[in-house]
Design a protein. Sequence first.
Length: 470
Amino acid sequence: MSKPVKKKQILALQIESLAFGGKGVAKIDDYVIFVRHTVPGQIVKARVTKATASYGEAKVIEIIQKSDIESSPDCPYFEFCGGCSLQNLPYEKQIEIFLQQIIDLYQRIGNFKEVSINTPIQSEKQYNYRNKMEFAFSDSRWVTGDFESHKPSDFALGLRAPGNYWKAVDLENCLIAPKESGQALQIIRNFAIKNKLTAYNQKKHTGFLRHLVIKKGEMTDQIMLNIVTNENSPEKLEPVVKELKEAIPNLVSVVNSVTKNFSGTTIGERENLLFGKPYIEEHLGKLKFRISPASFFQTNTRMAKKLYDIILEFANLKQSDIAWDLYCGTGTIALYLAPYLEKIIGLEIIPAAIRDAKKNAEFNKIDNGIFYEANLDKICRKNPEFFTNLPQPDLIIVDPPRAGIHPDITKTIITISPNRIIYVSCNPSTQVRDLKILTEEGGYKIIEVQPIDMFPHTPHIEIVTKLEKK
């Protein structure tokens, strides 16, 4: 197909729908153009930013006609920040759109015409639902017109600008982050500027301040602040701790992680404890967890419990059952299910996650959750007997990264042939691709599909799918 548009061309486009990922879909004949920050029903003037043979992308210049379903975003940074791209839609409409997107993917990619998709479970909180937020320092503030022109251009503390990793949108607050974030951002920003602490330059790898990570125990109300720096000089940060303690009464930990890594990691090679404990505590059902600066934990605690309750319901466990939890992370799913079966084995490639899983099992006095550090796709190719030497499962749970299950692991699951599979996914496109293989080549049938909104106002949703042998 020849391209009907050219880069930098200005067009009037009618937004027909939302693609999975949150971009609006417009068409010129059959040529699809994706337009960020738009709503179905809008007519917009947009500039083409990308034009390939198969699709185009465009950026809104002006909204010519509003949509009947759009709403005004609550966040003043909505236009500039890439985070909450659906905030210009009422929450109920977001849920409706998610359901239709998932139905379309299951029917179009998987050809699962007869599979019924449950209505997504709504998040208990639409704002301040995240228990962790990573803010970035940058020596180049994202500047748009006269917006907040009083701020310095060479210092920002906020979120990376969409499409520009080198700059950051300076934020006074973030509506989906822990409610204490606004105070922490303001205090640390003012302290840094007053004391001439430089912000990091991602290209040159210079500057002192790299990230501010805020973690919160949703059920315990405990706050941890982790200031990530490029050099080991904790004495530069110690004076700000007193002000933070006075402003945030539930602050129980202030940590300085130090990393020279050129990537955007917030995991330090060294950690300096500036105040309190080196961890916060969190509860998930009957389980207790200690969360350190490097620990992973589900981002929306309240909805994580609902997610795990659905997994438990779908698992239909007997006390004599054995389960495997592939891509187990820090073991939260495995530990949640452990009281209801004989044994559960968790496998994960990341060493730190396995260390946390073992600590969590010990902390909760769970002895039937066994965890192994394992590169799953490599083992499938080079050491398949590893799986045959394990107790064989009645149930396999998979919760892979966005890329989905590695093809070799899918083949191994089919060979092992458990009676039940529960597939947890944050990317329905790759999930449906893998489900098609499991149903066509593995002899499985989809029993139930339950989406759960863990991340309101974003284009991401979690999906739990139950499969059984035919």
